[in-house]
Write a protein that binds this ligand. Sequence first.
Ligand code: 9YT
Length: 132
Amino acid sequence: MIIRSLKDMAGTGREVHAPTFVSRRMLLGKDGMGFSFHDTILYEGTETNIWYKNHLEGVYCVEGEGEVESLDDGKVYKIGPGTMYALDRHDRHILRAITDLRMVCVFTPPLTGGEVHDEDGSYPLLEGEQAT
Ligand code: 9YT
């Protein structure tokens, strides 16, 4: 069994900082679960352009207020505690944090380490890269 808490991520390669968010990667590919599991805080007043061409992601909001806009059809959905969205079609989207937005995210295939968004807002498929 794997037991971890948020404070174990602080200051390690599992805590990844980006301009609009911090992602605490509690499970990665090397943990052997077949998915990665993240506790992410998107900062108040930011927007993040995202297009996960190589991954599927489920996102569950536990705190805060925001919205997600699907760029394929222009629809905008409110996000708050208890709301989940799933990017089942590799949907291009913009995530707006009205307040700090705390999200629990699951990726398949799993992220392997310290990936940060590229210019499309996606993560590459990496092999062999391991966080500490
Ligand atoms: C909700 C979302 O996709 N935020 C971007 C960060 C990502 N979840 C990550 O790197 O943990």
